[in-house]
Design a protein around this ligand. Structure first.
Ligand code: IVH
Length: 673
């Protein structure tokens, strides 16, 4: 034991307590006391201390949300108590009957708690001695799928229960809804579309899909949230009502809804329902009705449940956001990434309180599969605030239909010959097609890319449409006089914009890569590419095979990336940018690059670190961490249950290190793991 130990241990404890406290303030109280940056500083300090003292890492540390293990199936998990579903209807009369039934059984003095009905994926989360031990999907109500590792990645889910205001029970099973906010859902779909992948139909599918990932790192990248609304089982259970349960859940550290109300009056419930229905589109999360629950838990036991649903709860649903209308015309529309989307102009129709007059038909294959033509009668649907979708064609026997819709062979915006990429149609003229350029310009200057203050969506559009910017590089040649002539600009604001562009021209590789809008490349992948290749030239020269060596880059992604950099016009744009306009800071050699030039592959489970941590550690010291073994590999570190990679290493004669040997190797190089 070294002399430093006690202080590191104390500091680690202190940091964990602080981080948990700030998690609670952020996710439960909705009242953070420190900035995201200050939070990151605490988090990074904890991570680095834990990296230095792996023996002090505990599973409930805030750094241990994302493990490195990939599963091949979800284990079955029996619930602590049945997860029943709710009886529901959308007619007010059915709600009145529910109320009358209960009054008849229990007398007139009953009261209810009314909550929004969240439209996500229902989960059970179980705590023993205050620690999260397992989590499951609803499944058939009795047995669900074990998704513990995925639920752990949700930042709003406490890994340990708080006992500060109220002692947490020794055993606690809670039920809640895992969701993706409407805003995050729209962003996610934008990213999927940018990567030319199918968007999710609604936030519920996105959340449920995020939960059911065999690789928890994929779940961790989904912006999953949770709201907890029910105690499924607890020992001891010292709450008597639902109102008290919501309070207790909040005190134990769970996010709960702040929209629950208590009432004993059906008319008040109907007003609440109407009010939420009217505000549906302004809420953070998608909801599809309200849930009415008996407040008194003892009375719940008295009325019991049928085999499917409890008699003490009821869902009063909203009318569905689906309507039938007619397609007037179909036209192709070009987005920021060049994807040409067929859009249907509709006879305007009210959809859940909003008038809808256009809907996306997604791509060539979707139009063909649904066989939607001009003049057809169609069913349209809206989820959250997203662009409405055409669900299906409504048959009209005997009516003569129009011609099949065909995607154009040339870009409707710039006339370039379009490419077919899977089901998608793409304009390859990334930086010269004006429909793409405005969007790309805005993206280039966005916060996580070059961060050009004042280059908003509107300004980007004006710059392109007023002819000031014909190519991305023109941005850096803008002069104050020219900008001043744009609508909405004066001397000062034009000067500010030009200065902001100058200031942003010194940038980092990861930001530059992100800003280029390479298909599939988001913030995380841009960082991974930068860490791996170190220079823009190396990224541009990388083959598909080399790209798949980057941890986290799959073969489909690699093809898209290589395709982008292989495109002559894209390369010309990048060269123009680098020709005295943008300056990418060389990636700093950290420390003395103790592992410079080495290529290391990790396989199987490690004890001291997650695979990701080990990869980051060697990268920090100048090595490449790759995901597959080749004769260029210097070392393969073999953990438990290592599979084919270790076999391949043996076949190729690559040195294999056990975890212990790897740690010794690091120490030998002067790196304290
Ligand atoms: S109470 C047995 N409260 O709606 C009743 N459920 O169609 C326990 N849901 O799968 C559930 N919001 O996951 C309750 N505030 C809320 C809810 C809610 C959404 C879900 C629940 C269930 C579905 C029933």
């Amino acid at each position: 034991m070294t002399a430093k130990r006690p202080s590191a241990e104390d500091r680690i404890r202190e940091l964990r307590t602080a981080i948990r406290h700030h998690d609670y303030l952020y996710h439960v109280k909705d009242a953070p006391e420190i900035s995201d940056d200050a939070y990151d500083v605490l988090f990074r300090e904890l991570k680095s201390l834990e990296a230095k003292h792996p023996e002090l890492v505990t599973p409930d540390s805030p750094t241990q949300r994302v493990g490195g293990q990939v599963f091949d199936r979800f284990p079955s998990m029996e619930h602590a108590a049945p997860m029943l579903s709710l009886d529901s209807d959308k007619e007010a009369s059915a709600l009145r009957r529910f109320d009358e039934r209960l009054r008849k059984a229990l007398g007139n003095s009953i009261s209810y708690v009314v909550e929004p009905k969240f439209d996500g994926a229902s989960v059970e989360i179980v705590y023993e001695e205050g620690r999260l031990v397992r989590a499951a999907t609803r499944g058939n109500g009795r047995v669900g799928e074990g998704i513990t590792e995925n639920v752990r990645t949700i930042r709003a889910v406490p890994l340990t229960l708080r006992s500060a205001e109220r002692k947490a029970p020794a055993f606690l099973s809670v039920r809640g809804e895992v969701m993706i906010s409407i805003a995050a859902f729209e962003k996610l779909n934008e990213q999927l579309l940018a990567g030319e992948r199918e968007p999710f139909a609604n936030p519920r599918n996105a959340a449920a899909g995020g939960l059911r990932q065999l690789d928890p790192r994929v779940s961790a990248r989904r912006p999953l949230e949770v709201l907890v609304y029910d105690i499924l089982a607890a020992t001891p259970l010292d709450v008597a009502t639902q109102s008290e349960a919501l309070n207790a859940l909040r005190q134990w550290g769970f996010p709960t809804t702040d929209m629950a109300v208590q009432t004993s009056d059906v008319d008040a419930i109907l007003t609440y329902h109407e009010d939420l229905h009217a505000r549906r589109d302004d809420l953070e999360y998608e909801i599809d009705g309200v849930v009415i629950k008996l407040d008194d838990l003892a009375l719940r036991d008295e009325v019991g449940a049928t085999s499917h649903h409890p008699r003490w709860a009821y869902a009063h649903k909203f009318p569905p956001r689906k309507e039938v209308t007619r397609v007037m015309t179909i036209f192709p529309s070009v987005g920021r990434t060049g994807v040409v989307t067929p859009v249907a102009m509709l006879r305007p129709v009210e959809l859940g309180g909003v008038t809808v007059s256009r809907a996306s038909l997604h791509n060539r294959e979707e139009v063909a599969r649904k066989d939607i033509r001009e003049g057809d009668l169609v069913r349209v649907q809206r989820a959250g605030d997203v662009i409405p979708q055409v669900v299906e064609r409504v048959a009209e026997p005997g009516r003569k239909r129009g011609k099949r819709f065909a995607m154009p062979s040339k870009c409707p915006s710039c006339g370039s010959k379009v490419l077919e990429r899977g089901p998608f149609t793409v304009c390859p003229n990334s930086f010269e097609c004006s429909s793409q350029l405005a969007g790309r310009l805005y993206h280039f200057g966005s916060r996580e890319a070059l961060e050009i203050e004042g280059l908003g969506e509107e300004t980007a559009k004006r710059l392109v449409h007023e002819g000031l910017v014909h190519a991305l590089a023109d941005l850096f040649d803008l002069e104050v006089d020219a900008v001043m002539r744009l609508e909405g600009f004066a001397n000062k604001s034009a000067e500010n914009l030009v200065n902001a562009i100058k200031a942003a021209s010194d940038t980092e590789l990861a930001r530059f890569l992100l800003g280029l809008g390479v298909p599939e490349v988001g913030v995380a992948v841009a960082r991974d590419l930068a860490a791996y290749f170190k220079t823009i030239n190396a990224v541009m020269a990388a083959s598909v095979d080399e790209l798949t060596q980057v941890p986290g880059v799959g073969s489909k992604m690699a093809e898209q990336i290589a395709g982008f950099f292989g495109n002559r016009r894209n390369r010309a744009t990048i060269h123009d940018l680098l020709d005295g306009r943008v300056n990418i800071a060389p990636i700093e050699a950290t420390d003395t690059q103790l592992l410079d030039g080495l290529t290391i592959v990790f396989t199987g489970g490690l004890e001291r670190f997650s695979r990701r941590q080990a990869q980051e550690l060697v990268q920090l010291h100048g090595a490449r961490a790759t995901s597959s073994v080749s004769k260029e590999t210097d070392y393969v570190v073999e953990g438990t249950d290592a599979g084919s990679k270790a076999d391949k290493a043996r076949a190729l004669g690559v040195s294999i290190l056990s975890e212990e040997e790897f740690v010794a190797f690091l120490r030998e190089k002067g790196i304290e793991p």
